[in-house]
Design a protein. Structure first.
Length: 584
């Protein structure tokens, strides 16, 4: 362990990362009269480096988070832990508690005298984070002595200019104009609001607005000159806000605090959870951070249990297909597969199916990665390969729990497929997913997994494939008469018309948040195991052979279901072509 005499110092740290040279350090030390704590001021006054270079250099060397602003990071009543005299003497600012750790903003994180003094008076472990002298000074002034009104008067000219610039950067439809001004003014002036600090209010607005718009994800992305906020609405990302780039670290820190993540880790990915309480119930947020070259990106998945499990009748099945699918999910045994790429609504369909068949006479269990929603009356198990809880091992364990119905999140390998088949053959109903493009591809994929064709033939009940298409806003959709060439491309005959198609309005309307679309609906294809298809399974037939047998038996593709929705005016030609493959 290093003694104080040979410990790392701010000067040696800056030398090691190339911010200053040894000669620069000696010159600054001489100007500082040998006082290491005055080195930053001496370096800056001599023009040997800037404060920004010091902060960035220390961040690289110490792997500590750096904040150009402390707005929104200072916990209420935190000043009661550390006297104002200590903060002013060492130019430090306590921020918040995280367990037994006290986060403290310092320009010199190697100042062990300051750290020892704070630890002594608080009886807590001190974790430094790096910030500039002005940010620390402003926080001390705001929290300990001067009122916010006095600060506003002292810095009126500078703040007004900063606010004008920030308002220009804060262009968004997220909030009314007066609230945008209020938040930006609060951020620039350090002004508290009824809901807390401005950063806290801003983060809350982003979260609640995304929930209100029924977004599935929030992306907060730092670029070189701005901070971008985007929502995924109906499967498509939309930019809703641009903020000053300097707010990125504070917003990310606020989200980390809410998600109980480690605020000191900025160069490794992290995951956390936030629970939001609404009048309609609790909503879970899964928070993920990722270090980029321009800062930390934050992605938030919004998990609304109520929206997640709609009634099976509301998913958009054609009537005949609904009757078939509703019948097989009530089977006593067998395997039912739902296929499609990530984000195609497979989990929603499976949860809705379970909701339909759940009752007190059945033992229903799920094996998921991850468990996104807790469902009453269903035993849910989280896959965790690190502890040996793989899909295969978890499925074996569930079979010893006397289940009637088992939902396996995904069949990823031959071992899991074989156990699922055995479970189906021994009297269990197994629902699962495969990542294939269509229903026929699921059978070809299982054949490629070397599953026993006779056992698969005996156990498989049917395959459902699906996609999600955006629904046109019924308020502002625009009708048009399709050209004959377009009808021919879709397999429609002009003489069977007339046809009226609809397109989205270019800038939408208030009801659809200016997108032209509102909501999504599934398009499906369902492949029951009819005799011709079963023969191809037994013979390990190729994709084309299976598809040919299915079409002869009356199989209809997703493209055909999508065309029905175009004719009904629910979606656009472009949407259906985007998510489905061309017909042979």
């Amino acid at each position: 362990m290093k003694n104080k005499s040979d410990r790392e110092t701010l000067g040696s740290a800056l030398i090691s990362v190339g911010v200053i040279s040894s000669e620069n350090y000696q010159a600054a030390l001489e100007k500082a009269g040998g006082d290491e704590r005055k080195i930053p001021e001496a370096l800056i006054s001599l023009g040997l480096c800037t404060e920004d270079q010091i902060i960035k250099g220390l961040g690289v060397k110490s792997n500590m988070p750096c904040f150009t602003s402390l707005e929104g990071l200072v916990e209420a009543d935190i000043k009661t832990l550390v006297p104002e005299s200590i903060c002013r003497r060492y130019q430090v600012m306590p921020l918040f508690r995280q367990g037994e750790l006290l986060m403290v903003a310092m320009l010199d994180p190697y100042d062990i005298y300051a750290i020892d003094e704070i630890a002594r008076c608080t009886k807590m472990h001190v974790q430094p984070v790096i910030s500039g002298r002005k940010a620390i000074f402003d926080a001390i002034q705001s929290e300990y002595t001067k009122s916010k009104e006095e600060l506003k008067k002292e810095e009126k000219t500078e703040v007004t200019a900063n606010i004008q610039k920030a308002v220009e950067d804060f262009k968004t439809d997220l909030l009314p104009e007066h609230e945008q001004l209020e938040i930006v003014t609060g951020i620039m002036e350090g002004k508290a609001s009824e809901d807390g600090q401005p950063i806290i209010k801003l983060v809350d607005h982003i979260i609640y607005d995304a929930i209100d718009r029924k977004a599935s994800d929030i992306h907060i992305e730092p670029w070189t000159d701005k901070l971008s906020v985007r929502y995924r609405l109906d499967g498509i990302l939309h930019k809703v806000m641009e903020l000053p780039r300097e707010l990125g670290a504070s917003i990310t820190a606020r989200l980390k605090i809410m998600a109980r993540m480690d605020i000191t880790i900025t160069r490794s990915p992290q995951d956390g959870k936030i629970q939001v309480k609404l009048p309609s119930g609790l909503i879970d947020l899964r928070v993920s951070t990722l270090p980029l070259t321009t800062g930390e990106k934050t992605a938030i998945r919004i998990l609304d249990k109520q929206a997640m499990t709609p009634d099976l009748t509301k998913l958009g099945f054609p009537p005949e297909m609904f009757t078939e699918f509703a019948k097989i999910i009530r089977s006593a045994n067998g395997i039912i597969l739902v296929t499609g790429p990530t984000g195609s609504g497979k989990t929603t369909t499976l949860y809705s199916a379970l909701k339909t068949i759940t009752d007190e006479t059945k033992n229903i269990s799920t094996l998921e990665d991850p468990v996104e929603y807790q469902i009453d009356g269903i035993c849910q198990v989280q896959v965790n390969p690190g502890t040996g809880m793989t899909f295969a091992n978890g499925l074996r364990a569930l079979l010893r729990q006397d289940p009637n119905v088992i939902l396996v999140g995904e069949i990823r390998d031959t071992e899991t497929a074989e156990i699922a088949i055995q479970a189906a053959l021994t009297g269990h109903l197994v629902l699962s997913t495969l990542h294939t493009n269509d229903a026929v591809g699921a059978i070809a994929r299982l054949n490629n997994m070397k599953t026993d064709p006779f056992l698969l033939n005996s156990s498989l009940r049917g395959v459902l494939a699906q996609r999600l298409v955006r629904l046109l806003c019924p308020i502002c959709r625009v009708p048009y008469t399709p050209a004959e060439a377009l009808l021919k491309n879709l397999g429609l005959k002009k003489e069977n018309g007339p046809y009226t198609f609809y397109a989205e309005k270019e800038k939408g309307c208030d009801k659809c948040y200016n997108s032209g679309f509102k909501g999504r609906r599934g398009i499906f294809e369902f492949l029951p195991l009819v005799s011709g298809v079963r023969e191809q399974i037994t013979q390990k037939g190729a994709y084309d052979k299976i598809e040919e047998a299915a079409v002869k038996a009356g199989f209809k593709t997703m493209r055909l279901h999508g065309i029905e929705k175009i004719i009904q005016g629910e979606t656009t030609v472009e949407e259906v072509l985007r998510v489905t493959r061309a017909e042979n």
